[in-house]
Design a protein around this ligand. Sequence first.
Ligand SMILES: [Fe+2]
Ligand SMILES: [Fe+2]
Length: 225
Amino acid sequence: MKYLDLNQTIGDSVARYPELARVYMKYGVDFCCGGDRSVGQAINNDTDEGISLIDEAEKAIEFSDSHLIGETRSKISDLSSALLIEHIKRVHHAYLKEELPLLSSLLFKILNVHGINHPELFDIHRLFSRLKADLESHLVKEEVLLFPALIEDNHDICHLIDELEKEHDAAGEALHQLTALTDHFRLPADACKTYQLTYDKLELLVSDMYLHVHAENSILFKRFC
Ligand SMILES: [Fe+2]
Ligand SMILES: [Fe+2]
């Protein structure tokens, strides 16, 4: 093993090598809410699956490294807190503000047309609606209460960080349920284009949320509490 360190936490390994996010997601290794476990605890390297995960992870890092010519890895963990907050707002918050309403109307559309043959869409629609409402108030808490305090270097906000981390856990649980209810976003044989677009967007939402929560829990919040 050339790059992965089994004693490092899963969260730190993604901070060091962001390309691991894709590999961890493929194998269902939670690196945002379960980011404090060590790599060795999260991956059983005695099993075939563990061995192929490690093999893929090493190859992904090696591939990225071989494409860095005369430059160093740019990592979000190297950003100052002010720039990291800017990154989170510009990349992840802007994405959610645009995609959540869109997904909501897409889900309502496919529920109308396909709900009769696919009753799981009722649960998916209800679960998503609750997640959307929770995430919207979560974004406002971060942008209005937390981020300005962090920019002022106020370390007296651990109670708020604690509350936001609990909200991350709840969102992570909802995303796990969405993944299970959609059978890992597998389309039924009678799915139309809108159905496909909705599932593609839901899958992207899950991967974006993983990276978003990772940037907050494992990098930004740790600097203050
Ligand atoms: Fe956020
Ligand atoms: Fe957050």
